[in-house]
Write a protein of this length. Structure first.
Length: 135
């Protein structure tokens, strides 16, 4: 069976946000595939605010949590394998869930690479000759 962690993570995120609280996740920053701001890592772990007001483009897939956020005024793309997420809880009251370390299936595929940020569309000005314009 697949891991229940991403399903529970998405459900608890929705529940916390629906109750107008602030969802935080605890991430194992030492796990391979984690890309987090290292200056905020303590004892190999980092707490991240994933509220809609704090992040952009949050995606919680079955393999990866990723989003854009600002740290000390610098925009970063954050991602972590689902296995690296150790807990999700509401900042205000601590309600949430701590996840058990599941035994890994020997055939489990590695987490996908984070999505590549696409460049914003560019506008091009097309000029027409005055003789092409009809009145």
């Amino acid at each position: 069976m697949t891991s229940s962690r991403p399903y529970l993570l998405r459900a608890l995120y929705e529940w916390i946000v629906a109750n107008q609280l602030t969802p935080y996740i605890l991430v194992d920053a030492t796990m391979e595939g984690s890309e987090v701001p290292t200056q905020y890592v303590e004892e190999g772990k980092i707490i991240l605010n994933i509220s809609p007001n704090a992040v952009n483009q949050l995606s919680i897939s079955n393999q990866l949590v990723e989003f854009d956020a600002s740290f000390s005024g610098r925009a970063l793309h954050i991602y972590a394998p689902i296995k690296a997420v150790m807990a999700i809880y509401a900042r205000e009251n601590g309600r949430g869930m701590v996840f058990n370390q599941e035994e890994e299936d020997e055939f489990e595929a590695p987490p996908p690479k984070p999505s590549v940020k696409k460049n914003k569309p560019k506008l091009t000005i097309v000029r027409t000759e005055p003789s092409d314009v009809k009145e």
